[in-house]
Write a protein of this length. Structure first.
Lengths: 285, 304
């Protein structure tokens, strides 16, 4: 009895120590984000030398001031631009990727292995190689200060999503394709009616990642958009915090907080798909 | 006759196959192959975007050999990648080990630990990071509460500036942690049970089961993240205000390349720099794969 009690006590103490350590670490991890959110409500003078997470008063005026930006353009424009770029790109990237993935996974055409290897090669080449020539080409086409250079490449599909979907399609038995073929479906309707609904998890994972990557994209808009009325939220935040001008930190933090909202909301709803996507990329070496 | 229909069917497969991959294939040609060829050509020219490219042989590479900023950016990038990536992976592995048990609260903890990875790539966080490490930022305020008086600007001092970027990278260990956790859960439980019966203590079980089983995952993530580390741009750009200051201590390779191209319109030189980057990544990847046999454990295939 005594030994049993001791063991139980030791186990409980271990559990408590575990939770204390993990919670403490979690607090440190979240601290910078919480600090940013709390600063979005503080007076500008209150931010200096302050580590506090609780504002003295809740100042929603920071949000209004931040949203107005410089009065000629506002965050209405920036959010509209960001959503436009993100949503159109994501639709293009996911649809194109699924069509291409079907071709690679199911149709035994000549040169398939070669092109699939080429696709993997492009994943290894740093963007810096194509950055300068792409800029020059788009410049000559007169596409600078349009969304075309940002959106169009997405409609070619994204190698990572294609890979993800190919992996998924390979797990689906061929019998389904065959029975559809007997029913008179051609390749395209097999894809749209049978396969596409079955790879839904991979489609959702790709959609989420595409949304995140486009929403956070900075280098692309920095290269191709230089008129404020075309700015995405990322570009606007960066201009807002420019070290050359005197900085309205409360307003920046307010807009920064808003810019994270779509990311966090999607995370709360689709958590399991995100984990799945991460694990697929991280484990399959 | 039969052969003809077979040939015809093969042709049909070819046609429909290429039809399905055509979006990617066209994009591959337009956005990868053509730019890559142009980049290769530009790297041997002097080109300021307004004029026409003038062939100058190996002049760009010769200039690189005497360019102090080029070497500075290499130094900064290597330091950044070789410190932040192993540290992040070790941290991720440690926390994954801690979480690899059946407590119900783990799922909530995982989600919390993942949040920095989720938002870490955003400009909002990069801007916040800069403010955090300023002389009147929260880091110094927290240190002050702990009794350590500090009024240095962490981002303004050459000796500490790069560390703010390294900490920003390590802070985002959550995604690696989730990958390791999935890897740990794939290790068959019977291995541990058998070892326990044989009298192996927990440290021995860790050393002889967990470590060898997890090294392939560790290895793969190390390579991929180091490659990403070599091309880091956005965080350095935002935290240093686009300059790579103080004293070029945050001038990472991709930032210097960007400056060469879009501040000085030195398109030939920056293209040459891009190819040096490809070379570095290629050589590095080759070395890692060549040596991987000696330190990565791959399960022996049956019948071999």
């Amino acid at each position: 009895m005594d030994v049993h009690m001791k063991r139980k006590l030791k186990h409980n103490l271990g559990q408590i120590a575990f939770h204390v350590i993990v919670l403490f670490l979690a607090f440190i991890m979240l601290y910078p984000i919480l600090w940013m959110i709390s600063n979005s409500f503080k007076e500008n003078s209150e931010i200096f030398n302050s580590s506090s997470l609780i504002p003295q008063t809740f100042n929603f005026s920071n949000y209004i001031r931040g949203w107005k930006f410089n009065n000629s353009v506002s965050f209405t424009t920036f959010f509209a631009n960001s959503f436009y770029y993100t949503i159109i790109s994501t639709i293009g990237a996911v649809l194109a990727s699924s069509v291409v993935a079907y071709g690679f996974a199911r149709i035994p055409f000549r040169g398939r292995a070669f092109w699939y290897a080429c696709m993997f090669m492009t994943m290894m080449i740093p963007y810096q190689v194509v950055m300068v020539p792409q800029f020059i080409i788009f410049h000559k086409l007169g596409w600078i200060n349009t969304f075309k250079p940002l959106i169009l490449p997405q409609f070619a599909g994204v190698p990572f999503f294609i890979f993800l979907m190919v992996q998924f399609i390979r797990q689906i038995p061929y019998e389904l394709d065959d029975s559809a073929k007997i029913d008179g479906c051609n390749r395209f309707s097999i894809f749209t009616r049978i396969l596409f609904p079955l790879i839904k998890p991979a489609v959702i994972t790709s959609t989420i990642f595409s949304f995140y990557w486009r929403w956070d994209d900075f280098l692309g808009p920095l290269l191709f958009l230089n008129k404020p009325r075309l700015f995405t939220v990322s570009l606007a935040l960066r201009m807002f915090s420019d070290p050359q001008s005197s900085t309205d930190w409360s307003a920046i933090f307010a807009m920064g907080t808003l810019s994270l909202l779509p990311v966090l909301i999607i995370f709360l709803i689709f958590q399991k798909y995100i984990v799945q996507g991460l694990v697929t990329t991280g484990l399959k070496g | 006759m039969k052969q003809l229909t077979r040939k015809r069917r093969a042709l049909m497969e070819d046609l429909s196959g290429y039809a399905f991959i055509s979006p990617w294939l066209l994009g591959f040609i337009a956005f990868s192959i053509i730019p890559i060829l142009f980049s290769l050509y530009y790297s041997f020219t002097d080109y300021d975007i307004l004029g026409t490219p003038v062939f100058n042989g190996l002049e760009n590479f010769r200039r690189m050999a005497t360019d102090e900023l080029f070497f500075q950016s290499l130094k900064v990038t290597f330091f950044y990648a070789f410190v932040s990536v192993p540290a992040r992976l070790l941290f991720a592995f440690f926390v994954a080990m801690l979480f690899n048990r059946g407590t119900r609260a783990i799922r909530a903890y995982q989600a919390i630990y993942y949040v920095p990875s989720l938002v870490g790539g955003s400009i909002a966080v990069a801007v916040m990071w800069r403010r955090l490490f300023m002389s009147d930022g929260a880091i110094n305020a927290v240190l002050g509460k702990l009794g350590i008086v500090s009024n240095i600007s962490w981002i303004g001092r050459p000796s500490t500036a790069i560390w703010t970027l390294i900490i920003l990278a390590i802070w985002q260990f959550g995604s690696s942690m989730l990958i390791f956790l999935a890897g740990l859960r794939q290790i068959p439980k019977v291995y541990y049970e058998a070892a326990e019966i044989d009298g192996a203590n927990s440290f021995k079980r860790f050393l002889h089961i967990t470590v060898p089983q997890i090294t392939p995952v560790l290895f793969f993530n190390l390579v991929m993240q180091l490659i990403n580390g070599f091309t880091v741009f956005t965080q350095a750009f935002v935290v240093s205000g686009g300059s790579g200051d103080p004293l070029n201590t945050t001038l990472v390779y991709a930032l210097y390349l960007y400056q060469r191209a879009f501040k000085y319109y030195d398109m030939g030189y920056s293209s040459a720099m891009a190819w040096v980057l490809v070379l570095i990544i290629g050589v590095f990847t080759a070395i890692v794969f060549k040596t991987s046999n000696s330190w990565v454990f791959y399960e022996a295939k049956e019948g071999k």
